[in-house]
Ligand binder design. Structure first.
Ligand code: ADP
Length: 494
């Protein structure tokens, strides 16, 4: 990566942004706009449309019309595949531009952003493009005088509501399988990170996606998100975000057309380190990155460290050392390891959690402070708090910031009990050289993803989804296709 190129891109002016409905750029119906500011330095980047419920209605109607006339769904699979492959190529060709634009908007360190955002998005679109002509229907094992056929049909119109931490990656996890199966989509990016998704949809049109098949409406969740949730034109809602919003979406579905709702919510994922871990130094470094990358704003972040009591002091000290070695600063400077916290609101919330953690008996070992305030940006020191009791706020509530809560255990049974003592169940890890113990822990810890002797990095070939209050349904892998199809039985008397 080339710092000069990044610096050139960060200096580019960003034009005022509008919705993208039916292949056209359109402003909000009442002309409303909202400022887009950067967490890097608080500067105003541009404006975007502050959508209204009418705007959402226009988008869902466009998506419905596009679905009903078959302009996408009825194309031969090979044609849909070609469009999506071209789209993936365009994402790749514009990867650095997209990554820098995204970092200006949301503050993620550029190294990670480049890999996780355009990198994952291109990978995901390509993966589902390649998959779409390999999805077969079924013939049921019936008696000889009938034939039972099971067709796989698109659901119709998909609404996708995306958070601000990894808009391109998470957006593509939903757009890839939804479009591959022939659906139309309306996309609602987070109000504080819409820029890259707007660009992503422009690229889809450039690749040949017909107008109306993929639409974007920007604005506030409580306005356009709610209108999407209540829409009678949306058949499936695919969401990543907070539990509070997830609950609202289920209510909207109940109050409208009983649309299917898939929720990928938060986590309080346990990273469990046994004394027999193969390489404790490596484990400490990976543990630090497992929570501190993107300033902890990662749904699968390993936010609870559960460490074997016999190595607690040494291991925690190694994690603190790794945390203190991370350089926090301007996310577009390649030498920095950790970028900005997404917003003032998020930063204030993080600091409040730390205060609560200490008030409840936790020991602050490092961090706990805002950094670089004079830049106008929102930066925070990686924070480690030990002696966190399993029922304490820091062990129970998702911070979504660079805050690691450390607890200890004395044996496997206690590690499992603490690991499972939250309402969440998204991710986790176990570090041990004992193969049987690793397998036992994978089975016993209630999560959607368990890492063994690593943390993070699971690619698009494996599913991601939570249990408990971490959500339902899966993004990634072939399993994600199921969310965007209906099964239809044809029962034929012969
Ligand atoms: P966070 O607190 O991390 O921003 P949210 O759940 O509020 O998480 O946001 C995730 C996504 O949900 C964003 O796109 C946001 O606009 C959207 N959203 C927020 N509130 C609502 C709502 N009431 N209805 C629908 N979508 C919403």
């Amino acid at each position: 990566m080339d710092q000069q190129k990044i610096d050139r891109l960060r200096a580019e002016k960003i034009a005022p942004q509008t919705h993208l409905i039916n292949g056209r750029h359109v402003p909000a119906s009442d002309g409303g706009t909202m400022d887009v500011t950067s967490p890097i330095d608080g500067a105003r980047l541009t404006t975007m449309a502050r959508g209204t419920a009418e705007d959402m209605q226009a988008a869902t109607a466009a998506a419905r019309a596009a679905f009903e006339d078959g302009r996408w769904a009825d194309q031969p699979p090979s044609a849909r595949k070609n469009v999506m492959l071209k789209w993936a190529d365009l994402i790749e060709a514009n990867a650095l531009e997209l990554a820098v634009l995204g970092v200006r908007d949301n503050g993620t360190e550029i190294g990670m952003a480049l890999k996780a955002e355009p990198g994952s998005a291109a990978g995901s679109i390509r993966y589902y493009a390649e998959a779409l002509d390999k999805v077969y229907g079924e013939i049921a094992p019936t008696g000889h005088d009938v034939m039972g056929l099971i067709h796989k049909e698109p659901v119709g119109v998909v609404g996708a509501i995306i958070p601000w931490n990894f808009p391109l990656m998470i957006g593509a996890w939903k757009l890839g399988p939804a479009l591959a199966m022939g659906n139309s989509v309306v996309l609602k990016p987070a109000e504080t990170a819409s820029l890259t998704l707007l660009r992503l949809v422009e690229l889809a049109h450039e690749a040949g996606l017909p107008d109306g098949v993929l639409n974007v409406v920007t604005g506030e969740g409580a306005v356009v998100g709610e209108a999407m949730g209540l829409s009678m034109d949306i058949d499936v809602l695919a969401f990543t975000g907070s539990g509070a919003t997830g609950r609202r979406l289920l209510e909207y579905a109940a109050r409208s057309n009983l649309k299917r709702v898939y929720l990928e919510l938060g986590g309080k994922s346990p990273n469990i380190v046994f004394a027999d871990a193969p390489n404790l130094d490596e484990a400490a470094k990976v543990t630090a990155m497992g929570i501190f990358r993107n300033s902890g704003q990662v749904c699968v972040a390993g936010s609870r460290l559960l460490v074997d009591a016999s190595i607690q002091d040494d291991f925690t000290a190694a994690v603190v050392k790794a945390a203190e070695a991370l350089r926090v600063g301007d996310p577009l400077v390649l030498d920095n390891h950790i970028g900005a916290v997404h917003s003032e609101r998020q930063l204030a919330q993080n600091l409040q959690f730390i205060e609560t953690g200490v008030a409840e008996g936790g020991s602050l070992l490092t961090g706990g402070t805002r950094l670089l305030e004079d830049t106008g940006g929102t930066y925070m020191a990686p924070t480690v708090i030990s002696d966190v009791q399993p029922q304490a706020t820091l062990a129970q509530r998702e911070v979504f910031g660079p805050v690691l809560a450390v607890s200890s255990f004395s044996d496997e049974a206690e590690a499992i009990a603490i690991a499972n003592a939250t309402d969440y169940g998204l991710a986790g890890a176990v570090w041990t050289a004992n193969l049987s113990r690793a397998q036992r822990m994978v089975r016993a810890v209630r999560t959607g993803v368990m890492h063994v002797n690593t943390y993070g990095g699971a690619d698009g070939t494996v599913p991601l989804g939570g249990v408990g209050q971490s959500g339902n349904g899966h993004d990634k892998s072939l399993h994600a296709l199921d969310k965007y199809i209906n099964l239809k039985t044809a029962w034929i008397k012969l």
